[in-house]
Design a protein around this ligand. Structure first.
Ligand code: PMT
Length: 404
């Protein structure tokens, strides 16, 4: 679907620049034409020669180049593209974009562009968390700029946290999404929970479960693919943040509840996380020592996030979807959960040992609502997510007017 699409790639300064070279390759092998602008800082990290060789085009870097201006002009440069991608988008370039500056070729092309813009931020964790950066991004997003990432993990500066540029293939997927523009959930905001929670026993031990986050992450990706502005609140997993989704990493059920509440207002809530039902009532701040007598752990019940969301007042989401992880009487228990938790749909799945549901790639779903039960066949978790997203889009679509 990227065949003959024209991407203007703006590369700003950052160690993640090496991933932009890979991004160019991935876009070229999909048939896209890639034209590149490099900032002065970008050239400190990767060479214009590498960029030109991989893009098979000249590299633009000078606002005042007589030759470039007579051949192309910075206005044409930005208007001839189908999409402008900024990767890596440094904190500095994001700040200059939000201020509307036009003091080099990159910012001038961005200001002169009438095309969709996708940014892939990359920076140090503290720079990313800084209120100035967050405010600049919020302003850009309000103006319609799309964002992919950043992801979490070890950063080139040696620190750990959010700030890693999204992987090239994630950026490609986000580009495909922006260009395909399936609009059925655009203008809708979705909240998805995913993964397990971890409830500390002491600073080094915890209570948790086997959820991998595969199902929840796939659902967030599928909703985003239909245009929903999607927030994914996830416990610890190995899964990458889906492209175009805002990931909020959490550990405990209490943190998951707080992050979900902070995401409101939302139109759609899908609670796929395996939230630990109990936490240790008072986990000590120091490591428990062996002293011949095993400790007795007193448990307290965690808040039920799904129930709380389904019973909100004026800002209850239009559609609240829960899961039911069962080992026996799967549909019967799911029916009871639907009523007890006041949600609209329950996706029931069998998590008995041997089912492979926890951590596996496939799932068998029974969709339970007030009207009855729909049995889905065994599918990959991606296919479950796509089918659910389609069903959500259909249920939220404006109903045709009824004629008397
Ligand atoms: O992550 P994977 O390896 O891909 O596995 C997917 C899955 C099995 C985790 C997923 O498909 C699933 O079933 N998720 C729900 C797991 C669960 O905790 O089910 P439950 O029957 O205990 O809870 C019912 C519902 O209440 C769920 O929507 C759950 O998110 C929610 N809940 C439960 C407890 C709690 N304290 N707060 C909640 O919101």
């Amino acid at each position: 679907m990227l065949q003959n699409r024209r991407i203007l790639l703006i590369i700003s300064g950052g160690i993640a620049g090496y991933k932009s070279l890979e991004l160019i390759r991935r876009l070229r092998e999909r048939g896209a034409a890639v034209r590149c602008i490099m900032t002065a800082a970008a050239k400190q990290f990767i060479t214009p020669l590498s960029v030109a060789s991989l893009s098979e085009d000249k590299v633009y870097d000078d606002l005042w180049s007589l030759t470039d201006e007579s051949e192309m002009g910075h206005i044409r440069l930005s208007r001839e593209a189908d999409l402008v991608v900024v990767a890596p988008a440094s904190a500095d370039l994001i700040a200059r974009m939000s201020a509307g500056l036009a003091d080099d070729l990159a910012t001038t092309a961005l200001l002169a562009s009438d095309k969709p813009v996708l940014v892939a931020p990359a920076m140090n964790v503290v720079m990313w968390a800084h209120p100035a950066t967050q405010a600049n991004l919020a302003l850009l997003e309000k103006r319609g700029v799309r964002r992919i990432g950043p992801g979490c993990g070890e950063l080139a500066c040696g620190e750990t946290g959010s700030g890693r540029m999204a992987e090239p293939l994630e950026i490609v997927a986000a580009i495909e999404r922006v260009l395909s523009g399936d609009p059925r959930l655009s203008g809708r905001r979705a909240l998805v929970t995913s993964g397990p929670t971890r409830e500390p026993i002491d600073p080094v031990r915890y209570i948790s479960n086997h959820s991998s986050g595969k199902q929840g992450h796939a659902i967030a990706a599928a909703l985003a693919a239909l245009g929903a502005d999607t927030v994914l609140v996830s416990g610890p997993t190995q899964e990458l943040a889906p492209a175009g989704v805002q990931l909020v990493p959490v550990e405990t059920a209490a943190q998951m509840l707080a992050a979900c509440e902070a995401a409101f207002p939302v139109d759609i809530a899908v609670m796929a996380a395996a939230v630990a039902d109990w936490r240790v009532e008072s986990a000590p701040g120091h490591k428990l020592k062996k002293n011949g007598t095993p400790p007795v752990l007193r448990l307290a019940e965690n808040p039920d996030i799904l129930s709380r969301i389904a019973q909100r007042g004026n800002d209850r989401p239009s559609l609240v979807v829960g899961f039911a992880a069962e080992t026996e009487d799967v549909v019967g228990n799911a029916r009871r959960k639907l009523r007890r938790k006041h949600c609209d749909w329950i996706l029931a799945n069998d998590v008995s040992p041997g089912s492979g549901t926890f951590g596996g790639d496939c799932n068998t779903i029974h969709l339970v609502d007030a009207k009855g039960v729909e049995d889905w066949p065994l599918m990959t978790k991606e296919a479950v997510a796509a089918r659910l997203a389609e069903r959500i889009a259909a249920s939220l679509a404006p109903q045709p007017a009824r004629h008397p």
